[in-house]
Design a protein around this ligand. Sequence first.
Ligand SMILES: [Zn+2]
Ligand SMILES: [Zn+2]
Ligand SMILES: [Zn+2]
Ligand SMILES: [Zn+2]
Length: 280
Amino acid sequence: MNWLFSWIHDFLWPPGPWSPYSKTRPKIHFSEKDETETRLEESGDLNALQRLRYQKYRGETNSCEKTMRALLSIEELIRLASQQEDCINELLRQCPDGSFRDEAIAVVKETRRLLWNLTRLWWLHRNVLGEGVVGRALDLWRSNSMWYMHEVLVEDCARKDGCCSRGCGCCAKRHQTFTRPLTAGHCSIGCRCCIRWRGFDLNREEENEIYKEFQTRERLPFYDQIELASIWGLRLNCHKSPFDLIKPGCELVGQKDSGHKLCSPDTTDNWDDCSSATES
Ligand SMILES: [Zn+2]
Ligand SMILES: [Zn+2]
Ligand SMILES: [Zn+2]
Ligand SMILES: [Zn+2]
């Protein structure tokens, strides 16, 4: 008769679907998820989930704002270094017997050392963020290797005349560097394609001006938006899932009309001259 009893029991109180979440287990660490966060995670509303996490982070007394900003700055330096390395490698490929060969190889080696150290520094900062709301938000967002193709970040790249303004697709392609996932992102002043497009090398003064902006931009309101997009995948007044804000290809943003695809090797006219390529 036992089966009848359990059948009636299940009929009256059907067992819910199996779920990895439990609403009744006590927390063993302050940074564990609470019920609201668990419920949102279960519901699948990722926008609300990231918003809740952001709100909690803003309410924390020991805010990790500085660590987060450092993390983003390190990422930018990593991109700069790897794009510069890419330039030199390209130069070596095009002019394997150039007089600058030894010097260029030495620079590549130094750049690799820098990249190695920056990557280590990135992880040190990541570990400082710990396993709380910020860590969970970051892990969720960065679980998609195309996170940096978030609308806001693509628009930012396009405004700075980066590759996202031209449809060449360089930025979108950068996520394919599996061995160095942190190098995936938008153009720095070292981007080979952008340098070609500009048609000139930046001089020391111009470079310094850009590095100076690096230090002051955190006070700009726009930087908050970059941070929201880079860490949380959020955009102001937008209630879509962060993953729906990723622009998958090299679609053009803004009204700029251009079909210049600079990556084709036939547009390298002024790069064939090895002697002029050694300066800077
Ligand atoms: Zn490009
Ligand atoms: Zn570029
Ligand atoms: Zn870009
Ligand atoms: Zn390109």
